[in-house]
Ligand binder design. Structure first.
Ligand code: NAD
Length: 260
């Protein structure tokens, strides 16, 4: 699908699902603003490889957990491209601990990066979208926006809340050409999943295949990992005209995990 001439901003796109989104938007002809942490050389390599696909690609190093840095990133994107047509709130932080041992700073960080960042990007990007009467906002939720796990109070809470902000914004923009949806993946084959696989292989002294089988057994009835490119393809569909009436939804992509 061609989204030629549109500008997409994907937070946390230096790896994983965010990188897949950036790639898909670049391939669809968008100008893309990538963002996230990582090795400067690797980020530049990624930026250059995406720019070869069509539109312009710029990297912005904003820490999206800081409101003032989000504002600078949005302003820079507006200066460079006029405004943001497609916004993907994807950046994430995670910590694992029971609530009574959960470090307060990690909780504050999760609220800032996983939730408040979306509040700030949306409030700052929306006026341009409304002015053009076209816009697509995609918030990355998770299976854990509905299905709760232990010792992940930061993630579970912020993923529930991101669905809340998605619905609130969808209602406020319902009379416009802007849609706002959440995507709720199950277990996606990302660097985060690779770390889980490596840990399982070490704990059990087993093969990669066995580790993946065990991880999938307790999660996805499909017994297949979701691919980052499939999540991005769903995002591209949400940007199409055919998806103009889909707004306020939280769309699962989870091999039947949510219904199991
Ligand atoms: P990841 O951990 O691989 O990447 C996270 C990205 O966010 C990185 O680019 C990182 O640099 C960036 N980031 C972290 N803190 C930041 C900050 N303060 N400012 C700017 N960037 C920051 O993530 P992933 O596993 O690809 O997940 C992407 C999204 O999909 C997340 O919202 C996650 O909750 C959701 N999700 C992932 C899975 C999965 O299986 N991996 C499943 C369900 C939902």
């Amino acid at each position: 699908m061609s989204l030629k001439g549109k500008t997409a901003l994907v937070t946390g796109s230096t790896g994983g699902i965010g990188e897949a989104f950036a790639r898909a938007f670049a391939e669809a002809g968008c100008n893309v603003v990538i963002n996230g942490f990582g090795d400067a050389q690797a980020i530049e390599k990624l930026r250059a490889s995406l720019e070869g696909k069509g539109g312009k690609v710029v990297y912005h190093p904003a820490d999206v957990g800081k409101a003032e840095e989000v504002a600078v990133m949005i302003r820079d994107a507006q200066r460079r491209f006029g405004g943001i047509d497609i916004l993907v709130n994807n950046a994430v932080t995670r910590h694992y601990a029971p609530i009574e041992e959960f470090p307060v700073d990690k909780w504050e960080l999760a609220l800032a990066v996983n939730l408040s960042a979306a509040f700030h990007t949306i409030r700052l990007a929306l006026p341009y979208m409304k002015q053009r009467n076209w816009g697509r906002i995609i918030n990355m939720a998770s299976i854990h926006a509905t299905s709760v796990v232990r010792d992940r109070v930061d993630y579970v809470t912020t993923k529930h809340a991101i669905v809340g902000i998605t619905r609130a914004v969808a209602l406020e923009t319902a009379l416009t050409g802007v849609t706002c949806n959440a995507i709720s993946p199950g277990w996606v084959l990302t660097p985060h999943a690779e770390r889980q696989i490596a840990r399982k292989m070490e704990d059990k002294g087993c093969s990669r295949e066995m580790a993946m089988r065990e991880l999938l057994e307790v999660r996805q009835p499909s017994r297949q990992p979701v691919l980052p490119s499939h999540v991005a393809a769903l995002g591209i569909f949400l940007c199409s005209d055919a998806a103009a009436s889909i707004t306020g939804a939280s769309l699962p992509i989870d091999g039947a995990w949510a219904i199991s």
